[in-house]
Ligand binder design. Sequence first.
Ligand code: AHG
Ligand code: MN
Ligand code: MN
Length: 329
Amino acid sequence: MNTKTAQELALPVGVTLDRFIMHSQSAFPYATGELSQLLRDIALAGKIINREINRAGLVDIAGGNGTENVQGENQQKLDIVANIRFIRALKNGGEVCAILSEEDEDIIHTGNNHGKYVVAMDPPDGSSNIDVNVSIGTIFSIYRRITPINEPATMADFLQGGRKQVAAGYILYGSSTMLVYSTGDGVNGFTFDHSLGEFILSHKNICSPVRGSIYSVNEGHYNSYPDFVKTYITKCKAMNFSARYIGSLVGDFHRNLLKGGIYLYPSTKKDPKGKLRLLYECYPLAFIAEKSGGKATDGFGSILDIIPDSFHQRSPVYIGSAEMVDEVV
Ligand code: AHG
Ligand code: MN
Ligand code: MN
């Protein structure tokens, strides 16, 4: 008989997100625990959205809502639901004084002016994919406010630039749900265990492969890409690379982060600044890319060095494995 030891019969569950956050915080003797609590609030909102997404098709969450967001894009029902869920979680948490969301033109004051942090977020990224049961995500970026505590936050708190992020990450609602984040010291990934209702550390200290053989770009727009991008795509084909593009930035980025690859959203003739938004799409993923050893550029320099001038500004982005990003530009 194939007998097992007691240890093998009851394998440890692993490290929960809460324990990991607590442990990381103890490395900073003067930390007050507010950033830790904020990360827990984000995880909680992620769990709620995860629950709703899993029931899409059974509940009325798929499809368009017949409204437009600030970018003039059609809002999906999920855009509205996820936005509300995150705002509510961050308001209830109390650590955040203001939020910038893709779905709202202006910053949202939470009423917690004592809060030390501001959050920029893309509540559901790739939201139109919900209708066809394809992965979507949430992206978040956290700054310590620069305006005085107990006063309302201002634009300046959000326009500090990507280097000032104190933490950033994303939640991927895929074949499993994962939270990936960094507070500047390495990148870690946690997989949601539905039965426990907990995120468990599953991808410790993620390191972006220096190169890979995947390129992710919407080739339907090929004809309107700049020449250097066309040249790079031609090279990828010559090297028999795999083209992988699902149209959810989080999903495409995550695949390339683990396997090695590059994601490109270039400028086009119609959209010289590309499509993706700097503050809640490019900056946070560029932060994760750099902290894992990868790179992110707009074609001129690091995404994180771009000086922002407005909340919803866009930027071309080339992001992923370091050597591939170097090659494209
Ligand atoms: P969002 O759902 O937040 O508006 O983001 C959609 C974005 C991004 O997730 C994706 O990579 C990109 O749009 C796809 O754009 P194209 O359809 O132009 O390729
Ligand atoms: Mn998005
Ligand atoms: Mn979005």
